[in-house]
Design a protein around this ligand. Sequence first.
Ligand SMILES: [Cu+2]
Length: 143
Amino acid sequence: MKQWMMIWALLGCTPAFAFEFPQVTDHWLREAPPNARMLAAYAKVTNTSTETLTLTGAFAPDFGMVEIHKTIEVDGVLRMREQPALALPADGEISMQPGGLHIMLMMPERSFKVGDEARICLIYADKDGNEHVQHLDFPVLKK
Ligand SMILES: [Cu+2]
């Protein structure tokens, strides 16, 4: 390819602002009984960019409904609250783990056992409000 063609192709295909996805580590889906109507997934999401992001939700092809939840104690009772917008500052992280923040997966269309993977997609908004979707495969673990 001639050099000018390469430059042209790059200009045409690359957005002016190259979005840098957060690093996702320790992501897993907790194994549940086959008839469970709700499953929980966890992950550590680290923003390695210099821009503040917001985690605005998630979706998963094998589930009818997905929300980001936080488990909180109200008058001695554990309740879950939806978190529609979690700030993820530059160099900051969101740590989802049992007893705290989690991805709540509802209306499963199949069962998951240890050894399976579940596709879960995280949705971020950048500082301009543009949406970016990160597709991830969460291994199913028994913990
Ligand atoms: Cu929940």
